[in-house]
Design a protein around this ligand. Structure first.
Ligand code: 48H
Length: 261
């Protein structure tokens, strides 16, 4: 077979644009393809929702591949292991209740399962704003290529419509910050603002992330580390069960919102 350079270029451009157009009207848009965002995307797709994930970096996975202090192993507790079992990610018991997966196997498997189940994941795209409409709820995201701010270019963004948005941007809780910066202290937190994460305490951080994973503004759910940052709970270091559980709960909260509409 002869290989034509232009056919390769057309194949890439046409298939990307087709998928990107599909992502312009979704049930759920997820900001951030870390463990929480991709776990949420998997369970959303499994639950029948049309879902797109937008990730700023070239690679997916957020903090998971880095493990603890660049030792690329992570720890999950019993509840988190249950989710890794569902994904068929292997774990080794370190001591009772503490399990160790390979962080690369974990994140690559979650990503693969999310995509194969129907989620679309777009890397190299940053969420830079939100759409808020008259009923005072989030109705979409405003996107730009990550390369644009890096290059210091003045290029206007594009927008997508989403019935629900999940802020899975990690420590930065960027989407919740955008809401506060744009429309004031309207989050469902004690201050109406992002409270900010507390010092590391794995036990409390892992416990509170479950309760913190919820709708923080109409149409906006905080999940993963963003949930603890928004509600003022501790960070937890390189234990990742809470991120997986939060992703799963975030998906359930989003599916509940969709079913009520
Ligand atoms: C598009 C964006 C934007 C944006 C950020 O940091 P993450 O891995 O987040 P989680 O919540 O899935 O997992 C947190 C975990 O990795 C962690 O940091 C832990 C457990 N810390 C504990 C501790 O004590 O330190 O992933 C978030 C992703 C990243 O890939 C970002 O690049 C991406 O979101 N992102 N993508 N638009 N505006 N902001």
């Amino acid at each position: 077979m002869k290989i034509d350079d232009i056919t390769i270029s057309k194949a890439i451009t046409e298939s990307f644009v087709k998928d990107f157009l599909e992502a312009m009207e979704v049930d759920v848009a997820v900001a951030g393809a870390g463990p929480a965002g991709m776990t949420a995307a998997y369970y959303l797709a499994k639950g029948g929702a049309k879902v797109a994930v937008f990730e700023r970096q070239l690679r997916v996975g957020g903090g998971m591949p880095g493990g603890g202090m660049i030792f690329n192993r992570i720890v999950v507790q019993e509840e988190g292991k249950g989710i890794l079992d569902e994904f068929n990610v292997r774990t080794r018991e370190y001591q009772e209740g503490y399990y160790i997966p390979d962080s690369l196997e974990a994140i690559s498997t979650i990503c693969s399962k999310a995509i194969k189940t129907g989620a679309r994941i777009f890397n190299l795209i940053s969420v830079e704003d939100v759409l808020i409409r008259e009923e005072d709820k989030i109705t979409g995201l405003v996107l730009n290529w990550s390369a644009v701010p890096l290059a210091g270019l003045h290029v206007d963004p594009l927008a997508i419509r989403a019935k629900v948005v999940i802020d899975a941007t990690g420590h930065g809780s960027e989407i919740c910050h955008i809401v506060v910066n744009k429309i004031g202290s309207k989050l469902r937190t004690k201050t109406g603002k992002v409270i900010g994460e507390k010092p590391m305490w794995a036990e409390v951080g892992e416990k509170e992330i479950i309760e913190n994973t919820k709708e923080v503004y109409p149409g906006l759910i905080a999940a993963g580390m963003a949930a603890n940052a928004v509600f003022g709970s501790p960070r937890m270091g390189a234990i990742f069960g809470g991120m997986l559980l939060s992703g799963k709960i975030g998906a359930k909260v989003a599916l509940d919102i969709l079913s009520r509409r």
